[in-house]
Every structure is written in structure tokens, then in C-alpha cells.
Design a binder for this molecule. Structure first.
Ligand code: CA
Length: 224
């Protein structure tokens, strides 16, 4: 598995390169956005670790370019801690995951393993339906009628969870535990961000499915 690191903090890039190599990944590191985009477009990478604040071209622009070129290479964005707007912009631009700096290398390795498992997955038909929507968690495709959108991993996981609990209200605590793990430091506003992404996509699909907010409790799907 070949990983591209795009990070202008050379010490961090080198440290990550060492750790990933120790874990049997093949790694290339570049230190600015333009080189990152050039390398990424070669399409030889299985995963890209992309910093946001970069010289020459910022990470969000690099990511948008990669997706505009039709590449679906999984991307983990590195954000400065607390920059929620960066995270939102990143996820909106097609990032698969993000990690706030400073992070534990174990955490990065875990995210890489999770994304590579998904990439290597055999695509089986495990489509879930609710109302007029169909979700395929393997391909991350969500469709209604003749329209289809691609979800990012967390959106798919969130919708899967809501569908599996379709007659019950799902609290933000449960969503965080299921999607990020029990001891994560993810906050409620992250959940709200993903819910708003999903609502936009449902609107785009012209679906009759709605994610209703149960004030002070959580969310419940409505499908008729
Ligand atoms: Ca940087």
C-alpha cells in the first residue's frame, strides 16, 4: 500500500514517513500543495494524508482538484485543532476523514487501516432501504429514484445507524459512540455537521426521507 504525505512541516512529514514505513507502507512525502497535487494525480497512491495549511496551494484546493479529476483516492485531512470550519470545508470537498493536530500516531494508523479496509472490501450487495432511498454502505452510494449521490464514510455510517434504528430516536451520544468510539473527544457540533450534509444530499435526491430533529433528544428518520 502506497501513501502520499503532503505536509510542509518537514519534521512532522519525516516522522510520519518513518512510522508508516515501520508499519510496512510505502511512503512518499512532499512539502507543498502543488507538488502534492502533481503526485496525487499520478494516481499511484492508495491513500493521501493531506495538511490544510500548505505553501503554493492549500490542502482544500488540492483535494477539490483531486476530486474534480475523478480520483476517489481516500484522503485524510490534517487540521489545526479546533478549526471546525476547515473540517466542514474539507469534508464538503470530499475528504474521507480528518485528524486534528496534534494527534497520536496510533490514531493516524487506525484511520489508515480503517480506510484501507474499506478500499479493499469486496463489493457485496448489502443495500439498505428506507422510504424511497437506497443506501449501499460498501460503495457509499445513496440513491432515490433515478438520482444518486456518493456519500463520505461518516455520512454513510450515520445514515446506516439511523436506518437501523428507524423507529427510535437516536441521540448524539449514541452517534458519537458508534461512529467515533466511546472515548473520542468529538463534540456534538460534528454530529450536526454530518446531519446537515446528509440533509443536503437528501434534498438533492428529491427524497421524501427527512432527518427530523427531536429537540434535546436526537434525530429520527421520517420516510413518507
Ligand atoms: Ca501546514
Amino acid at each position: 500500500m502506497r501513501i502520499l504525505i503532503v505536509e510542509d512541516e518537514v519534521h512532522l512529514a519525516e516522522a510520519l514517513t518513518q512510522i508508516l514505513k515501520k508499519n510496512n507502507y510505502t511512503v512518499d512525502a512532499v512539502y507543498d500543495g502543488e507538488s502534492g497535487l502533481d503526485n496525487a494525480l499520478s494516481n499511484i497512491y492508495d491513500l493521501i494524508v493531506l495538511d490544510i495549511m500548505l505553501p503554493k496551494m492549500d490542502g482544500i484546493s488540492v483535494l477539490k482538484n483531486i476530486r474534480d479529476e475523478g480520483l476517489s483516492t481516500p484522503v485524510i485531512l490534517l487540521t489545526a485543532k479546533g478549526e471546525i470550519s476547515d473540517k466542514v470545508a474539507g469534508l464538503d470537498s470530499g475528504a474521507d476523514d480528518y485528524l486534528a493536530k496534534p494527534f497520536a500516531t496510533e490514531e493516524l494508523l487506525a484511520r489508515i487501516r480503517a480506510l484501507s479496509r474499506r478500499k479493499g472490501e469486496v463489493i457485496i450487495d448489502n443495500t439498505l432501504t428506507f422510504g424511497d432511498i437506497e443506501l449501499n454502505p460498501s460503495t457509499l452510494k445513496l440513491s432515490a429514484g433515478s438520482r444518486e449521490v456518493k456519500l463520505i464514510l461518516k455520512e454513510s455510517q450515520l445514515l446506516e445507524l439511523l436506518i437501523s434504528r428507524k423507529n427510535a430516536t437516536t441521540s448524539k451520544e449514541i452517534i458519537i459512540e458508534k461512529l467515533w468510539g466511546f472515548d473520542s473527544d468529538v463534540e456534538y457540533n460534528h454530529v450536526e455537521v454530518y446531519v446537515s450534509f446528509l440533509r443536503k444530499k437528501l434534498t438533492f435526491l428529491n427524497s421524501n426521507v427527512k432527518i427530523n430533529t427531536v429537540r434535546g433528544v436526537g434525530y429520527i428518520l421520517e420516510g413518507n
